[in-house]
Design a protein around this ligand. Structure first.
Ligand SMILES: [Zn+2]
Length: 128
């Protein structure tokens, strides 16, 4: 796969570019990790509830559940401590894949907006 010239990744707080080989990076706060765990439990509860109802009585959906965001940010702009991945440890798609596989072991991971963070970071292209 050709490495396209990537757009600069912007800090989601000050909107200025992040330096590629720096210790700035991708963060999800501990508060948001906790929120992701709560969302996960809520989703599982709804699934169980829905399974226990006769098919006809199942609601189409509950209120949409939003997932917490990962944010690209300068260390100096961060809104809080969290699970942090420095830019120099997630420089390209193959490193991003390794992080994805690693993070999939965490119970809260699938209830976060990882995919959109990867897109904003220019780490995934089109599958077409
Ligand atoms: Zn910033």
């Amino acid at each position: 796969m050709a490495t396209a010239t990537r757009q600069a990744v912007l800090c989601e707080w000050c909107k200025k570019p992040l330096r590629r080989n720096s210790t700035d990076g991708l963060n999800i706060t501990y508060g948001d990790i906790n929120a992701a765990e709560q969302r996960g439990m809520e989703i599982e509860r709804r699934e169980v509830e829905s399974r226990n109802r006769p098919l006809k009585a199942r609601p189409l959906s509950g209120d949409p559940i939003e997932f917490p965001h990962w944010r690209w940010e300068h260390l100096s702009c961060t809104e809080g401590e969290g699970y942090f991945i420095a830019m120099n440890r997630i420089r390209d798609s193959s490193m991003a894949m390794a992080w994805t596989v690693h993070l999939m072991e965490k119970t809260w991971f699938r209830y976060t907006e990882w995919e959109s963070a990867m897109r904003r970071g220019g780490l995934v292209g089109s599958t077409n």
